[in-house]
Design a protein around this ligand. Structure first.
Ligand code: 13P
Ligand code: SF4
Length: 357
């Protein structure tokens, strides 16, 4: 039963004490988040992975790319554990090293590799945190960088200082929404289609490009629509609409504000009592915020409910199992990045951590 599982997790955590650090992403279900030592967005959790260097294990309640990142940023002695190894991210899977490399080679052929007179390289790769360690390494090896939804603008600024153009993957929406907010015109953001020569673009389009977008998207955030926003405004006059930047551009444009899960959380915390919010992000977070803030009216823009099905694969039963295994001296479901990939991937992550807002 739920109560038994809860008791098992508590007992195993109590036995382990500071030997384990449990991290939970905002999108995790409540029964899992209840056991997290630290809850946050993907940027905060990357930092939190370094918060208990003496712990022998980090149990990451999130998805695979986050566990990989924790492995990159934690000490070599620490084991990072993903309670269910099937907890991936469909967006991260939309960019693989082979197709990104193919794109890169075509771009190198088109633009060459020589920096301009100001020292900027022809293209700089930027990967969203939601990507495999191999793609972070790809960026690290080419002067590139990682971003999250909470620092995408800072990171793009950093990249524009060093590159004439940016190749941004895997999330087209985060790339487009961020670059647009920075004043990049849409016609200078061609999308790369790996199945077509030159990504389906002409040489002129690519020449004028400032940001070359990959075709990836989040299946949770693409469900939000402008219609839903209009309906929310009609039914709740004065509602504040906040959406995540993984939402399509028309949705972000129609919203009052957009921001990472942490931004959304803080905006709600800072609002005067009696505020009404319509939120465009994953349902577990929205429902938790609504429960934590009875002084506000908070609802999800999508009336049909939109969980992230892979985040949901972290069931408390798996959490109990990995913790009890640690108590028994066994590390199960370890996520570890190979040394060759780890070094350049860490470089791209460190550049992100050092790029100040
Ligand atoms: P943030 O945690 O950066 O807000 O991203 C949300 C998300 O989709 C995580 O996969
Ligand atoms: Fe991936 Fe979207 Fe789930 Fe985030 S919400 S883990 S981007 S599928």
């Amino acid at each position: 039963s739920d109560a038994e599982l809860d008791a098992r997790v508590r007992a195993a955590k109590a036995t382990l004490g500071d030997r384990v650090l449990v991290l939970g992403h905002f999108y995790q279900r409540d029964e899992v988040v209840a056991h997290a030592d630290y809850i946050g967005d993907s940027f905060q959790l990357a930092g939190a992975a370094r918060s208990r260097p003496a712990a022998e294990a980090i149990v990451f309640c999130g998805v695979h790319f986050m566990a990989e990142t924790a492995d990159l940023l934690s000490t070599p002695e620490q084991a990072v554990i993903l309670p269910n190894l099937a907890a991936g991210c469909s967006m991260a899977d939309m960019a693989d090293i082979d197709s990104v490399t193919e794109c890169w080679e075509a771009l190198e052929e088109l633009y060459g590799t020589e920096p301009d007179e100001t020292g900027r390289v022809p293209v700089l790769p930027v990967t969203y945190m939601n990507s495999s360690a191999a793609l972070k390494a790809f960026c690290g090896e080419r002067g590139g960088i990682v971003c999250t939804s909470s620092n995408a603008e800072t990171v793009l600024e950093w990249a524009f200082e060093r590159g004439q153009r940016v190749l941004f993957f895997p999330d087209q929406h985060l790339g487009r929404n961020t670059a647009k907010a920075m004043g990049v015109p849409l016609e200078r953001m061609p999308m790369w289609n790996p199945r077509k020569p030159l990504g389906g673009n002409t040489e002129e389009e690519l020449d004028a490009a400032r940001v070359i977008l990959w075709h990836g998207f989040c299946s949770v955030h693409k469900r939000f629509t402008v219609d839903q926003i209009e309906q929310a405004r009609a039914s709740h006059p004065g509602v504040r609409v906040i959406v995540h930047p993984e939402c399509p551009m028309p949705v972000v444009d129609a919203a009052d504000e957009y921001g990472s899960t942490d931004y959304i959380t803080k905006a709600i915390q800072a609002a005067p009592a009696g505020s009404t919010f319509a939120i465009g992000t994953e349902i577990n977070l929205v429902q938790r915020l609504a429960a934590q803030h009875p002084e506000h009216t908070i609802f999800c823009l999508d009336p049909v409910v939109c969980p992230c099905s892979t985040m949901y694969r972290i069931h408390p039963g798996y959490l109990a199992w990995v913790l009890e295994s640690l108590v028994a001296g066994e590390v199960v479901n370890q996520v570890s990045v190979s040394v060759e990939v780890a070094e350049p991937a860490r470089l791209a992550l460190e550049r992100m951590l050092a790029a100040k807002p």
